[in-house]
Design a protein around this ligand. Sequence first.
Ligand code: UDP
Length: 451
Amino acid sequence: MGHIIPMAEFAKQLFQHHHISATIIVPTTGTPPKPQISVLESLPENIHHLFLPPVNVDGLPKDVRPEIKIIYIIHASLSSLRDALASLSSKVKLVAFVFDMFGHVSMKVTKEFNLLNFLFFPMNAMALTFTFTLAKLDEETSGEYKDWPSPVKVPGSVSFHGRELMSPVQVRTDEVYKEYLLLSKNLALLDGILENSFEELEEESFRVLCGGIAGQTPVYPIGPLIQSDRANESDRHECLKWLDDQPSGSVLLVSFGSGGVLSVEQVHELAHGLEMSNHRFLWIVRSPDKVSNASFFSDSKDADPLGYLPEGFLSRTANRGYIVPSWGPQIKILSHESIGGFLTHCGWNSTLESVVHGVPMIAWPLYAEQHMNARVMTETLDLALRLEIDNDGMYRREEIEKVVKELMEGDEGKKIAKRLKELKIAAMNALSDGGSSMKSLAKFAFQVKKK
Ligand code: UDP
């Protein structure tokens, strides 16, 4: 969903501003999940979608990691992709193929149709810069990055300890590493990269990308693209009604994205920390798990997340806390004027949603590239305050209490809130006529139309 939604927004913009229509092609393993269907079916009629025939994943181990499963599905879908492109090209003039990081293997097929190949990169420009440098890093070094004594410098950004690097590069012998390395090598073969960020947010990273790191490959910053549809107001979620009754800017949203889950102990620490802060909060609570990425959205059934909260927590915080089990309308919550802060897992979509709505953040990274995001969000982009992790890898209640108070009432929090207010306007401008992202989109459209 974190890739489909911004790509669908991109398709909308492309049609609206340049009359280029798109078909969104989605691999499947059976009936697609309802939220996926509803996003795709709500698109304007000039944006089509098609689901590729289901791939049989019965042969994969039950506990297979989501990335491995996705890679398997994409490879197994290549022949149906070929059929789909053949059928489409008999009806319309196909000129370009846009894929996400998992989809670069489809270049094998798109070559047969003489299409331009573009990567849609749903992470930030810093992560893209790192991806450009990975092939060289791999060639020149050996051993796991996490064991390195010296940090890895990402041009235009900070230095990262090896264990902070994005999860696909954590184990060199892993299939996911090999796939990501191949992506890094393939970047030079692309006709361009669509980057879901904007120049004013990540100036330095775009400077190094466009000033040499990306070589001949054009990089188009076209963000921030977040889901723009607003469902009708009649089925407004109860939590929004609760927010209506809270003072402006007084509530902290706590949400860990589509896949983020905490351990039982960490859920308890968080609950106590929120309680001790005495601030209002709206928490989208998920059942605990041992792994931090449970791919909740697609796979699991979240039985009774409230059953895991500390005893008496709900009644003690009833006058200032609101709990949403499992899944909530995050963008609508962030756009509500009662929201004054966001404790986030630093997923890039969530971060952009917060920027678009001018909400200052607390960084609580879990997996994927979120540890890298947290570093830049707190150290160079000034979007968030950082929670200090203790020696046994836990965020303790006292730390949570302290940082929540700092964000909601302290001087540091005020500084970040001011910066977010400015960025909210910058984000709006980037997507307005003549704005930086609109100009990039126009350049992309020109490249596609001249083919
Ligand atoms: N999201 C939501 N409700 C939830 C949790 C998440 O609508 O209860 C949405 C959120 O608004 C964002 C996406 O799920 O658009 C999460 O994407 P992100 O890149 O932040 O994190 P990921 O899912 O990749 O971990």
